[in-house]
Ligand binder design. Structure first.
Ligand code: SDX
Length: 429
């Protein structure tokens, strides 16, 4: 079959570039030879039209509100699967058989403890340190402890590092919470499933027997599934760029944690709940809608809008249903924050501004309401997002490192600074 080609005409010259098709979704124009052929770069700040890699892990259709993990729709995985099974799927490309899952679960379970020296790291932080600051520091510090899994050229070490990161991030995040409230660390238990173990490490205290609510554990697990991966978002792109320099996996994931922290990205779940609380009652929604529409006001509706989803974020729909279920089963009726959120969504989706700019609730709009109902402070929301996204970051990092053709990421620029000029001594300035 003849190769499809894209033609670029500059002045009186024409240049051709191959068009490559994936298994589904938009084709790409392979412009790797553009600079060599034309002496020009493409220009795409924010990467609105740039494919940075090929990947077989997650597919998003922003127009249709489709999200597939290795081909499986997020709605089906959220309803029928569990986070550790999704982790296996994202890492390995296929859903596990029963023996494969049992082996994987045993491996992860046995890596949940942190090196006891890392415990001492926590006492170096202020008690009011943000959990994301602690998580970023602790994950980066792991490269100082697990030297037997930092050689990225060794597939076995890559696998061990992947398992360690997925297994230890819940303990790391739970202990950041315990440290912030001055309670003793609760060590992981091997007889609990992934999400129940995390909840127990967060909420158990030595003085009492702690039973994890199956409803809460199920909701927690579903939140993890919904946040596990999302194609080449800002934090995943950060992990891939760090990994392209062959930095060790712990350093790469710490870079992902740092990038996710921003309120335009993973930090939006914390900012969204704060915004809903600040609005307080449905009668004040109009004031905030007007501020969001005012270009002179930097305020944006947190939890609204998305670079890719221009109809709806399928995760937000599942999250909204889960919020109603969890609040109902926890006996939290007439939750004012949920009422404000639902009314805000209703009003915004009827407003010309939001319709024209295709702004819909995203994954961060409802998640905070569930986490708040479970008992987490808002400061923990993004760290919980990072816990789940570690599976996606590790999977995407593995996919990149496994690709023998991978080069170091090195974008170029449009230079708009001073042209060459002679130094002037300070006496003459
Ligand atoms: C996540 O990429 C991913 O996949 C991320 C994520 C993942 O799973 O990894 O899905 C997780 O990060 C979700 C997004 C969480 N962030 C927020 O909820 C913060 C609020 N949202 C915005 O900051 C914004 O919508 C972004 C950052 C999410 C998307 O920004 P884009 O794609 O660069 O869009 P834009 O900023 O160019 O906005 C387009 C227009 C602008 O107006 P104009 O300049 O054209 O007049 O829409 C406006 C924006 O001002 N706009 C909003 C808005 N979001 C965009 N106006 C009011 N409120 C908003 N929330």
């Amino acid at each position: 079959m003849t190769e499809k080609m894209a033609k670029l005409t500059i002045g009186d010259k024409s240049f051709e570039f191959p068009i490559i098709s994936g298994s589904v979704g938009p084709d790409v124009i392979d412009i790797r030879s553009l600079y060599a052929q034309t002496g020009m770069f493409t220009y795409d700040p924010g990467y609105t039209s740039t494919g940075s890699t090929s990947s077989a892990i997650t597919y998003i259709d922003g127009e249709k509100g489709v999200l597939l993990y290795r081909g499986y729709p997020i709605e089906q995985l959220a309803e029928k699967s569990n986070f550790l099974e999704v982790a296996y799927l994202l890492l390995n490309g296929e859903l596990p058989t029963r023996p494969q899952f049992a082996d994987f679960e045993k491996t992860i379970t046995r890596h949940t403890m942190l090196h006891e020296q890392i415990v001492k790291f926590y006492s170096g932080f202020r008690r009011d340190a943000h959990p994301m600051a602690i998580t970023c520091g602790a994950v980066g510090a792991m490269s100082a402890f697990y030297h037997d899994s930092t050689d990225i050229t060794d597939p076995r070490q890559r696998q061990i590092a992947s398992h360690r990161l997925i297994a230890k991030i819940p303990t790391t995040v739970a202990w950041a919470y315990k440290y912030s409230i001055g309670q003793p660390f609760v060590y992981p238990r091997n007889d609990l499933d992934f999400s129940s173990n995390f909840l127990r490490m967060c909420f158990a205290v030595p003085a009492e027997k702690f039973e994890v609510s199956p409803t809460v554990a199920r909701a927690m697990d579903r939140i993890f599934v919904l946040h596990a991966d999302h194609e080449q978002n800002a934090s995943t792109s950060t992990v891939r760029l760090a990994g392209s320099s062959h930095a060790n996996p712990f350093a790469c994931i710490a870079a992902g944690v740092a990038s996710l922290w921003g309120p335009a990205h993973g930090g939006a779940n914390e900012a969204s709940l704060r915004m809903l609380r600040e609005i307080g009652t449905p009668d004040r929604i109009g004031e905030y809608i007007n501020r969001a529409k005012d270009r002179s006001d930097p305020f944006r509706l947190m939890g609204f809008g998305h670079r890719v989803y221009k109809n709806f974020d399928p995760r937000a729909k599942v999250m909204q249903e889960t919020a109603k279920e969890v609040l109902g089963e926890l006996g939290v009726t007439n939750n004012p924050t949920l009422q404000v959120a639902q009314e805000l969504e209703r009003i915004a989706l009827q407003d010309e501004y939001f319709i024209e700019k295709k702004l819909y609730p995203n994954v961060d709009f409802y998640s905070g309401i569930i986490l708040d109902a479970i008992g987490f402070p808002t400061s923990m929301f993004t760290a919980i997002f990072a816990l789940a996204r570690t599976v996606g970051w590790v999977s995407q990092w593995r996919e990149m490192i496994d690709d023998p053709t991978q080069k170091i990421g090195r974008p170029r620029q449009l230079y708009v600074g001073a042209e060459a000029r002679q130094f002037v001594d300070i006496s003459a300035r």
